[in-house]
Design a protein around this ligand. Structure first.
Ligand code: SF4
Length: 196
């Protein structure tokens, strides 16, 4: 079990994505990922080594009803004891994962966003999650993930960095959800608001 964890940042904001969009949340961003997605906007190079106690006390300093373990790929680094001590703060522990790592079984809410349509060696090993979030590029098919059991299925248009392309992808995702109502449209609220 790791004695310290590579933490890129811990900050308090509003969750901008998925079914918790709008919920005040403490984000614990781990540094490092096993994949290299072409659209990745995470800085994997900078981090602080923090102990479990330091992470928990930093999380405690903030209000908010959920803690979101994110990255990078948090599944590479976390363990059941860290999750348990974060739960002891009274906050619900959520994770955002690419699904390629087995996870501790005491996490309250798992959001899986498979990246195998964009990267090699990215097939998910998880077969179930609370929320399945597919980044829609126009070339990938959300139905390819029918084999994953999920309470919520969210289709999120890819942020390509090109506003015209983004507009077309959002319109296509909108139509897809109308035709396949088991999916809901997910927009990145923090980008619309220009906050973290
Ligand atoms: S899985 Fe997420 S953090 Fe990892 S490279 Fe892809 S977008 Fe970046």
């Amino acid at each position: 079990m790791a004695e310290t964890y590579r933490i890129n940042e811990i900050f308090y904001s509003i969750q901008g994505e998925g079914i918790h969009a709008g919920v005040p949340a403490v984000f614990v961003r781990f540094s490092g990922c096993n994949l290299k997605c072409p659209f990745c906007d995470t800085d994997h190079s900078s981090f602080l080594e923090m102990s479990r106690d330091e992470i928990v006390s930093e999380v405690k300093r903030h209000k908010g009803v959920i803690v979101v373990l994110t990255g990078g790929e948090p599944g590479l680094f976390i363990d059941a004891r860290l999750v348990s001590e974060l739960k002891d703060t009274g906050k619900k522990v959520c994770i955002e994962t690419n699904g390629t790592c087995a996870l501790p079984d005491n996490i309250d809410f798992v959001t899986m966003s498979p990246k195998d349509a964009f990267c090699s060696n990215a097939m998910p090993v998880l077969r179930r999650c609370d929320e399945l979030k597919i980044v829609y590029s126009g070339d990938n098919n959300p139905a390819d993930y029918d084999y994953i059991e999920a309470t919520f299925r969210v289709l999120q248009p890819c942020d390509t960095g090109d506003s015209l392309k983004n507009e077309k992808l959002t319109a296509a995702a909108f139509e897809y959800c109308l035709d396949h109502p088991q999916w809901r449209l997910g927009l990145q609220m923090h980008k619309l608001l220009n906050v973290r």
